[in-house]
Design a protein around this ligand. Structure first.
Ligand SMILES: Nc1nc2c(c(=O)[nH]1)N[C@H]1C(S)=C(S)[C@@H](COP(=O)(O)O)O[C@H]1N2
Ligand SMILES: [Mo]
Length: 543
């Protein structure tokens, strides 16, 4: 709320003389206890709402309110549950939430009154309400750091508001009547206090509406994902060949579990897209523009392919790279239906959140490259943060020019005509993945026993394949490492070796060669604009 009256605000002294406030707002407020109760109530709801807002971003599946509700459901005596179901039927959950709300209002009001009487007591009570939220989170299976953060935010905001708002009220109540006149009966608190209180209440109402909308959408999308059973691939799923996993402790697993898969996107809130309402339109330079629905997509013969995704922002030795088994429909079959027109050389894929990526048309139509419109990741529907319900996966190209999540449109166009999201921000228009290799074990800075030391890691040159990996100790000669069998050229490879180390500090460097036999360059380049280069080197201490 914009302050329209400059004479009052936090910390401003009461004025006398010609600029004194009007009588309605002057003097000791009548019924300070009632105002304190109302203030405490607003503070309590503001706290819970802050928690819900943090949850909408950081913990969609568990918020302070759902944590307390869940804990009540779990710990309530069965008789109470039976009674609630008998009386309220399917409205039992609404009854539960309403009960929590009423209890919160009462406790908040009590905190306000207590703070008015004795500074600090109400703040402590607000903190106790927050502690109940924390305790509830502790009982939940989904207690992630995000969920803890929500409960902490809720308590902190409630405590701060009780202290600040009730503190103002108390000071006014204690100030007594102005020297220049008799006490004014029925006076309201000062305008500054009223503004702060109504402003807080308005923020609660507005924020509550936002949190409710975001949460409802996330809940619907999560429920749809939980209920989904993806079809089996039409052909046999690609097997991991024997000899691909070298079994060296500390090396990244060949297939990255979904919870460990790196996540990169511009989305502050993970978009909530329900499959039932999802469509993908193919537009632009095509003979037959088309719209694909979710059911139509699932009715296509789907293939399962391991593909290693990599982010262009990955620094040398970094972990913005991961390998998954994707289930999807080859994009070339979708594009064949639409019929790209001559002259087109790019597909601008667009996400529901506005992100766009520019992919060379021939990378998507090439029969030798399984670019997928993916719906599954490692045997389950795409996780929400990895693009549920559908995304693109294109072997051999960095994610920023290919891997659009929550994809909603493919515009067949030209590089001359259209620029993608990152290409307007200083990054390249095209992004073939550069050959890279990484040492996973030992870790940088490790202390190891001198003698024979196991070294291992991964190397990738998607769609070209890795043909050799070599190691070097300090400034010695390059020595070949063992190279695991690839799942396909579209995935990373494990490699392993043993090196002999005398006591002392040593550098170990790795390099890999792709199908051309050419080793990756030792010239260092930063990630921008089209991917980092240089050798990964670790420094370790042998003792
Ligand atoms: N909608 C959307 N899709 C996106 C992005 C994005 O910001 N928004 N980032 C891209 C980038 S830069 C990468 S590296 C990959 C990462 O995919 P992941 O988060 O599933 O690992 O997603 C791509 N798809
Ligand atoms: Mo990326």
């Amino acid at each position: 709320m914009a302050a329209s009256h400059p004479s009052s605000g936090p910390g401003s002294a009461p004025r006398a003389g010609p600029h004194a406030a009007t009588p309605r707002t002057q003097g000791t407020p009548a019924r300070p206890g009632a105002w304190a109760a109302l203030t405490g109530l607003v503070a309590a709801f503001a706290g819970v709402l802050a928690g819900e807002l943090v949850a909408a971003f950081a913990s969609p599946s568990l918020s302070p309110v759902t944590a307390v509700g869940g804990a009540v459901v779990d710990f309530a005596p069965p008789a109470a549950k039976d009674w609630a179901v008998a009386v309220f039927g399917t409205g039992d959950k609404a009854f539960l939430v309403a009960s929590i709300g009423i209890l919160l209002a009462l406790l908040g009001a009590a905190a306000g009154v207590a703070e008015l009487r004795r500074p600090g007591v109400g703040v402590a009570l607000a903190g106790a309400i927050g502690a109940v939220g924390l305790a509830a989170v502790a009982t939940r299976a989904l207690a992630t750091p995000g969920a803890w953060a929500c409960a902490l935010a809720a308590g902190a905001v409630a405590m701060a508001l009780v202290r600040w708002l009730v503190g103002r009220l108390r000071r006014e109540a204690q100030a007594g009547p102005p020297a220049s006149g008799p006490p004014v009966r029925g006076a309201l608190p000062r305008r500054g206090f009223l503004r702060a209180l109504t402003g807080t209440a308005a923020a609660v109402a507005l924020g509550g509406a936002v949190a409710a909308v975001v949460r409802a959408a996330a809940v619907r999308a999560t429920a749809a994902r939980d209920a989904l059973r993806l079809p089996a691939p039409a052909g046999p799923a690609e097997a991991v060949p024997a000899g691909a996993d070298l079994g060296v402790p500390g090396v990244a697993p060949l297939v990255t579990p979904n919870p460990d898969f790196y996540r990169i996107d511009t989305a502050l809130v993970v978009p909530s897209v329900e499959p039932a309402g999802w469509t993908l339109t193919v537009t632009g330079l095509v003979e037959r523009p088309l719209t694909l629905t979710w059911d139509e997509l699932l009715a296509q013969p789907l293939v399962a392919r391991h593909v290693t995704l990599a982010c262009v922002s990955n620094p040398v030795g970094g972990d913005l790279v991961g390998n998954a088994l994707w289930l999807g429909w080859p994009v070339r079959e979708l594009l064949a239906r639409a019929g790209p027109l001559p002259g087109a050389d790019m597909v601008l894929s667009r996400s529901v959140d506005g992100f766009t990526a520019s992919t060379p048309l021939e990378a998507l139509t090439d029969p030798g490259r399984d670019a997928l419109l993916a719906v599954g990741m490692n045997g389950e529907p795409l996780p929400p943060e990895h693009g549920f319900p559908a995304r693109l996966v294109v072997p051999g190209l960095y994610g920023f020019v290919s891997a659009t999540k929550w994809v909603s449109e493919l515009k067949v166009t030209t590089f001359a005509e259209d620029l993608a999201y990152w290409s307007t921000r200083g990054w390249s228009e095209r992004g073939p993945i550069k050959t890279a290799s990484r040492i996973d074990t030992p870790r940088q800075g490790a202390r190891v026993a001198a003698g024979t030391v196991a070294v291992g890691g991964v190397a990738w040159a998607q769609h070209r394949g890795i043909t050799a990996v070599e190691l070097r100790v300090d400034d010695g000669a390059w020595q070949p490492a063992r190279l695991g069998a690839g799942i396909s050229t579209d995935t990373w490879y494990q490699w392993a070796s043993e090196v002999k180390l005398d006591p002392g500090t040593h550098r170990i460097t790795v390099r890999a060669a792709d199908e051309t036999g050419a080793f990756q360059t030792d010239r260092t380049a930063p990630p921008a604009p089209d991917g980092a280069t240089g050798h990964h080197t670790i420094t370790i201490e042998a003792t």
